[in-house]
Design a protein. Structure first.
Length: 118
């Protein structure tokens, strides 16, 4: 289970939030981020892979792309009046010539939750 709060928006991979039934389903929301690979990063990542190190530049780029996709999704949900996004799925896709572009997509269901104890 992955649960995160971004700008007061509850984001979770689960279909429910314990103690907070869904009051209203608002629709599917998505956030996308596309990042290009840098040839210098590619070279140093390949060297690190050969000697068994981690590719820190790629890890940071991937983490930043994931956060941006989640933030974009949360902003779209907030614009619909949602207070949570349920059943979030993260997808990673390599696209472009020679797989030089990484696309990260976050998708979930924007909802309004009942108040605790309601």
């Amino acid at each position: 289970m992955y649960t995160r709060e971004i700008t007061r928006m509850l984001i979770t991979t689960t279909n429910t939030v314990e103690g907070r039934p869904v009051r209203e389903y608002l629709g599917i929301v998505m956030g996308e981020t596309i990042i290009g690979a840098n040839i210098v990063k590619d070279f140093f990542a390949a060297v690190r892979d050969v000697v068994g190190g981690r590719a820190g530049a790629y890890e940071r780029a991937l983490r930043d792309a994931r956060q941006e996709a989640l933030r974009e999704m949360a902003n779209r949900a907030a614009s619909m009046g949602a207070d949570a996004v349920l059943a979030v799925d993260l997808d990673y896709e390599v696209i472009g010539r020679n797989g030089s572009i990484l696309m990260v997509t976050a998708a979930g269901t924007a909802v309004k939750l009942a108040e605790p104890g309601a």
